[in-house]
Design a protein around this ligand. Structure first.
Ligand SMILES: [Zn+2]
Length: 227
């Protein structure tokens, strides 16, 4: 009996989630580390298959526990179907989307960094937007368990700061279509109020306007206020 797993790059994950239609109500995102396998054990799909075997054969679960596994090379491997609750935190799985990050992130062991960190942060951002969740809906395993998971080397404060501030490496991150909902709402307002009219600006939503365009926006506000 074999089970295949599919890897997504960040960009592929982004469009997969954006096009996803789920019946299950999503209310939180679970963050875990595998502890074992370690980052140094990762060998591509066979590592995911080993976890699946362990979960189904040794532990007797129906499928691999997690929805996604984030690998040291930055690939996001699929897992349990998203219409099913995960097997991540005993008693707290309803409505969760579960990430396992391959590695042992306890202090003094391995470090969450580079492409793997880019991938988990980008994936969490995509899900926060898609399911209209807040930072409070990001759940560390240890918050409901005596375990250290996702590792004593990862504090909640540091992780959430990454979610807020880490530079995005998604392609076309400047485009309106790929922007977070709250950015699109702000931009829509600018156009609805007629403060900006040229549609081309939407291709560079994270960049500033040149001074002359800012002046035009200010003049339009000024004229509205006077009239
Ligand atoms: Zn865990």
């Amino acid at each position: 009996m074999a089970r295949n797993f599919k890897p997504y790059t960040i960009t592929q994950f982004h469009s997969f989630i954006n096009n996803l239609k789920l019946k299950r109500k999503i209310n939180h995102i679970q963050i875990h580390h595998t502890w074992e396998p370690r980052k140094s054990d990762y060998k591509g799909e066979s590592t995911i298959v080993s976890m699946w075997r362990y979960h189904t054969e040794t532990r007797g679960w129906q499928d691999i526990g997690q929805h996604f596994t984030v690998a040291p090379d930055g690939l996001i491997w699929d897992g349990r179907p998203l219409e099913k609750d995960p097997a991540g935190i005993t008693g707290y799985n309803r409505g969760g989307i579960m990430f396992e990050m391959i590695g042992n992130f306890d202090k003094g062991e391995e470090t969450l960094e580079g492409k793997q960190l880019d991938a988990i942060i980008a994936a969490v951002r995509v899900l926060l937007t898609k399911f209209k969740l807040s930072m409070n809906d990001i759940v560390f395993h240890r918050e409901h368990s005596p375990k250290t998971c996702p590792g004593t080397g990862i504090t909640r404060e540091w992780f959430l700061n990454q979610v807020i501030y880490r530079g995005t490496i998604e392609q076309n991150s400047n485009s309106y279509e790929n922007a977070e909902v709250w950015k699109r709402i702000a931009i829509d307002w600018l156009y609805e109020e007629g403060l900006i009219s040229a549609v081309d600006w939407k291709d560079n939503i994270n960049k500033g306007l040149p001074l002359w365009a800012e002046a035009l926006v200010l003049k339009r506000i000024y004229d509205k206020a006077k009239s």
